[in-house]
Write a protein that binds this ligand. Structure first.
Ligand code: NAD
Ligand code: MG
Length: 391
């Protein structure tokens, strides 16, 4: 039986890499639905290639345009235009697996819908888990969903941990998330106020969406990943550590009680964790080149410098604070990155804005999707107001 797949965010970096892997295995996978924000032409091409039953666009004008073009091209994909269309394609009874590759808190509602419906949920959209936290994990448990990490570090930890989660607390001392250090690993921290958008977008190893690229430059990406790991693997925050590894060959490691370490290695290519999530516990071809050890000059490691990357530590602080604080941190950071990309905030002010927002919004415990969305909206309003004051 083929696995029927919904890809949320199919036109993005993770979305297109997912479809690249899927196209290599027409015997195993069939696309049920695709979603995107505004890229109508790429969506049309994906519909022509994968013939999904449904497509969803984030705005009504883009949805209408897509519907027109599908009809002109004789394609029978139906464009869903209801307000809950993303939840519908994430939880549809004919769907087996959902790739969550929307960027930001915008992906939370369909992730929760897939979790409640007990789907195999392939999670790239780390912000959804950072915002959702306990509410997200409770939905996974009560819906009987299978949550598989796509973030390369978390896929590495998932592959390195013992199979039985009941043994983790007994056997594992801590986990080590590796970080590339981004484009500013060696730059003088005193010059970070002058960083341009182009400099921040020049990630050394990966071509990714703009939001995660900026997050990699500030290392807020790693901060979000610490929070993501806390929930995915039910780890106490002090058992999650970060080490910089610029070559990105070791994707992360588990340190066991007896001082043994198990790591997962490979070429830095997101098709590897995507193929792993799609096929687990099987292994399928991903299209990624094999790692050639004879051509590796060195694997190096260093500590993350708190002066250069002050945002990294906000993850542990937010996890130690009131429930909901990680949702505040995420919303503040989404606003900060957007403002930086619109040249309304300097690079070094991203951290300052995150900090100021955390000091202003004191959440009460969110219990439902509605609580989380309200907290997200409240925080965005505060953060936008603060951006004005920074100028
Ligand atoms: P991207 O910007 O390339 O793609 C985002 C996708 O989501 C696009 O299809 C876009 O149309 C859609 N989208 C954006 N805003 C939307 C909205 N408001 N409503 C509905 N759809 C919307 O981003 P990406 O790099 O593919 O990252 C996607 C997610 O995966 C992020 O959470 C990111 O942190 C995570 N991730 C990415 C990588 C990577 O290598 N790119 C690695 C690890 C984790
Ligand atoms: Mg990652």
């Amino acid at each position: 039986m083929k696995q029927r797949l919904t890809v949320l965010g199919s036109t993005g970096s993770i979305g297109t890499n997912t479809l690249d892997v899927v196209a290599r295995h027409p015997d195993r996978y069939e696309v049920f639905a695709l979603s995107a924000a505004t890229q109508v032409d790429l969506m049309l091409a994906q519909c022509a290639q994968f013939r999904p039953r449904h497509a969803v666009m984030a705005s009504a004008p883009h949805a209408r345009l897509l519907a027109e073009k599908l009809q002109q091209n004789g394609l029978d994909t139906e464009v869903l235009q209801t307000p809950d269309a993303l939840e519908t394609i994430a939880s549809h009874e004919q769907v087996d697996a959902v790739m969550a590759a929307i960027v930001g808190a915008a992906g939370l509602a369909p992730c929760l819908a897939a979790a409640h419906a007990g789907k195999r949920l392939l999670l790239a959209n780390k912000e959804a888990l950072v915002v959702g936290g306990e509410v997200f994990m409770a939905a996974v448990r009560s819906g009987g969903a299978t949550l598989l990490p796509i973030d390369s570090e978390h896929s590495a930890i998932f592959q390195s941990l013992p199979e039985d989660p009941a043994t983790w607390a007994r056997r594992v001392d801590h986990i080590l998330l590796t970080a590339s250090g981004g484009p500013f690993r060696t730059r003088d921290p005193a010059t970070l106020h002058a960083v341009t958008i182009d400099e921040a977008c020049a990630h050394p190893n990966f071509s990714m969406g703009r939001k995660i690229t900026i997050d990699s430059a500030t290392m807020m990406n790693k901060a979000l990943e610490v929070i993501e790991a806390r929930w995915l693997f039910d780890l106490a925050p002090e058992h999650i550590k970060v080490v910089i590894h610029p070559q990105q060959i070791i994707h992360s490691m588990v340190q066991f009680k007896d001082a043994s370490i198990i790591a997962q290695l490979g070429t830095p290519d997101m098709r590897v964790p995507i193929a792993c999530g799609l096929a687990w516990p099987e292994r399928i071809a991903s299209g990624a080149p094999l790692l050639d050890f004879t051509r590796l000059a060195a694997l190096t490691f260093e500590e993350a410098d708190a002066r250069r990357f002050p945002g990294l530590h906000l993850s542990w602080q937010a996890l130690a604070a009131a429930p909901g604080t990680t949702a505040v941190l995420n919303a503040a950071n989404e606003v900060a990155v957007e403002a930086f990309l619109c040249q309304r905030l300097r690079f070094d002010q991203i951290h300052a804005l995150n900090l100021a927002t955390l000091e202003t919004v004191l959440p009460s415990k969110p219990d439902t999707l509605q609580d989380l969305l309200a907290l997200d909206a409240q925080t965005r309003a505060v953060a936008r107001e603060l951006v004005q004051r920074f100028n």
